[in-house]
Design a protein around this ligand. Structure first.
Ligand SMILES: Cc1cc2nc3c(=O)[nH]c(=O)nc-3n(C[C@H](O)[C@H](O)[C@H](O)COP(=O)(O)OP(=O)(O)OC[C@H]3O[C@@H](n4cnc5c(N)ncnc54)[C@H](O)[C@@H]3O)c2cc1C
Length: 384
């Protein structure tokens, strides 16, 4: 016989989404919550492997609005949660090399400005002046937002976990959910190999593993795990302290300072889906060739570390929030490679949906689960 416990809500997954949801539910007064993480530590999934970038620059209004609410929560994080998160604002600089990108980004910058994000439009020459270490002769134009930057993902997860614990949330590691029970269309319990947890509310916050979790309740969750990887270099004394987070958009190639060196990643457009989190050495060679082409001094630096993780990709590159056809079963997943920065507001919105019946901080009705069956997909251009 397994031990059994009863809770008001169970959250499955201890990445940024689960941790933020647990904290925000508890801060609204719901204290009998249990968060279950399959691994030995919290935040070892996508969140712990992410590049830590935070930005206002997106191609759809709903993503910009998520950033307009979420990034200020990171500004306030230390005061509210009591955890330093190594917030640095050096700005994201998008490099555009194709005429069609220029048109779309110009439109996006206007939209971002209209919503209140301070993104600037830059000419190719202005960009060449801004980052003289880079080879940029083919850059036509670009966009820069000085309020974009970097945050340490593990500090955010552990900040939320610690704050949730202080509010009474029970957080368990090494607790993989292996089955979920439904009775008469309502979720009733989840099970790990050693315990049974009864609750009328269950939240799937399992990121890249959400399709597997959905399968436990017979719910098709259109989230595909896609491997992405990056590496860091040895010290590069030539890098100025204000070196921006640079994205070569056409190549999905990015760079930002990391300690005394640089972190660089590039998305493989042909990466097959799957749960493999090992480095692909062949792609690393392609990536390094492109990175050296953009930043020639990389030819002379050493490798410090490398990591691969999984993007949690939906068919329209937008997240899935809220209720599902199963009563009491909620979902917060599918942020498609830029979810870390939206984790703070996502948890708050989930608390509103669960406790009040709908989100009130902003309108996210278009990000519902039903859009996939009702042909209401969203188009996002700025996916890196
Ligand atoms: C290489 C890389 C770079 C990235 N760069 C950025 C960036 O710069 N900026 C940004 O905003 N985003 C970035 N992202 C995306 C970001 O990491 C994700 O969108 C975000 O972390 C998703 O959070 P999550 O909580 O949904 O998923 P996760 O962090 O993966 O959390 C899900 C958790 O659920 C657990 N779990 C799964 N199944 C079960 C189960 N059955 N029982 C119990 N627990 C379970 C997992 O172990 C995991 O800890 C990047 C991602 C990668 C891979």
């Amino acid at each position: 016989m397994k031990n059994s416990t009863t809770a008001d809500a169970i959250i499955i997954g201890g990445g940024v989404m689960g941790a933020s949801t647990a904290y925000h539910l508890a801060s609204r007064g719901q204290r009998n919550i249990i968060l279950l993480e399959k691994e030995e530590y919290f935040g070892t999934g996508a969140t712990g492997r992410c590049a830590g970038g935070i930005r206002y620059q997106f191609g759809t209004e709903v993503n910009v609005r998520l950033s307009l609410l979420s990034l200020p929560m990171l500004d306030r994080f230390h005061d509210e949660i009591g955890q330093d998160i190594s917030l640095r604002k050096m700005g994201y600089l998008f490099l555009l090399t194709l005429p069609e990108e220029v048109q779309i980004f110009k439109h996006n910058v206007e939209m971002q400005n209209r919503l209140g994000a301070q993104t600037q439009w830059l000419s190719g020459d202005e960009i060449r002046k801004m980052v003289p270490l880079m080879r940029l002769d083919d850059v036509l134009a670009g966009s820069f937002n000085p309020m974009d930057g970097l945050v340490d993902p593990n500090s955010v997860v552990m900040g939320y976990i610690g704050a949730a614990q202080r509010l009474g949330v029970k957080t368990l590691t090494s607790s993989p959910v292996v089955s979920i029970s439904i009775q008469s269309g309502n979720v009733t319990a989840v099970e790990t190999p050693s315990e049974l947890f009864y609750a009328p509310v269950v939240v799937d916050a399992t990121g890249p593993w959400s399709a597997q979790t959905g399968a436990m309740v017979g719910l098709p969750v259109p989230v595909t795990p896609i491997r992405r990887q990056w590496l860091t270099t040895s010290a590069i004394p030539e890098l100025p302290p204000d070196f921006p987070f640079v994205i070569d958009f056409a190549r999905s190639l990015y760079f930002h300072t990391e300690g005394p060196g640089l972190l660089t990643g590039m998305s493989n457009p042909n990466q097959a889906s799957g749960y493999d989190q090992n480095i692909d050495p062949d792609w690393e060679l392609v990536h390094m060739e492109a990175a050296i082409d953009r930043l020639p001094l990389l030819e002379h630096v050493g490798l410090a570390s490398r990591l691969a993780g999984l993007y949690e990709v939906t068919p329209d590159a937008h997240p899935i929030f809220g209720k599902t056809p199963i009563d009491g079963y909620y979902i917060v997943t599918g942020f498609s490679g830029h979810g870390f920065m939206h984790g703070p507001i996502a948890g708050k919105l989930m608390a509103e949906i669960i406790l009040d019946g709908q989100a009130s901080s902003m309108d996210i009705s278009m990000l519902d689960y039903a859009r996939f069956t009702e042909d209401r997909l969203i188009h996002e251009y700025n996916v890196v």
